[in-house]
Design a protein around this ligand. Structure first.
Ligand code: GRF
Length: 196
């Protein structure tokens, strides 16, 4: 049994995607706890609807909580505060960010990338340090932005990609396996003629 905590401050769509992914893999036996620092966050409603354990955990109580609650992985998904080193030393923390880091760190990255006119953006999953969106990169996947792409299409593509990429990378980390692009492309064995 692997224990993960998912920490979010808002909408919780990544949380829901992760829960649904592991619900389809009962052989993995992943025990999920939802943690939020905002009692009004929609992620709490999702946790209740999905039947997942949840807890309101004020930012100041993170240290005391993680000192006595051990997780194999602590997954940040829209968690809006920067965790200090003393908390980060209490577990293995990862985060998802909606840009190709190190470009467009911080809030509103999807808008800022689009407004800058970049032609390739994407999604990054990285280790968490106290340096905002600055930890070592674990996985990245690109999204192309055509000159006729509307912002809403681009934003939807980023979120769809997040929901696909994050659960796979979490699974790989829990199994101590290396993430590879082919994992996202449907587990291509390399034996077909389609992509060669
Ligand atoms: C995602 O875009 C994630 O990359 C960023 O915050 C957003 C969280 O969305 N860190 P949600 O709460 O999972 O819907």
């Amino acid at each position: 049994m692997k224990k993960i905590a998912i920490m979010g401050s808002g909408n919780g769509s990544n949380f829901e995607a992760i829960v649904k992914y592991f619900a389809q893999k009962p052989e993995m036996e992943v025990d999920i706890t939802c943690l939020t620092d905002d009692v009004n966050a929609y992620i709490l409603t999702r946790a209740k609807n999905l039947g997942v354990k949840y807890k309101y955990l004020p930012f100041e109580q993170n240290g005391a909580y993680f000192a006595v609650n051990n997780f194999d992985l602590i997954v940040l998904a829209g968690y809006m505060r920067i965790l200090p080193e003393d908390v980060l030393n209490l577990g293995k923390f990862i985060n998802i960010h909606p840009s190709l880091l190190p470009a467009f760190k911080g809030k509103d990255a999807i808008h800022r990338a689009f407004d800058a006119g970049v032609k390739v953006s994407g999604v990054t999953i990285h280790h968490v340090t106290s340096d905002l969106d600055g930890g070592k990169i674990i996985a990245q996947y690109p999204v192309l932005i055509g000159n006729l792409t509307h912002f809403d299409e681009f934003e939807a593509e980023i979120h769809n990609l997040e929901h696909k990429l994050y659960p796979i990378v979490i699974e790989k980390l829990l199994k101590d396996e290396v993430f590879d692009f082919s994992d996202l492309l449907g587990g291509c064995s390399g034996n077909c003629s389609g992509c060669h």
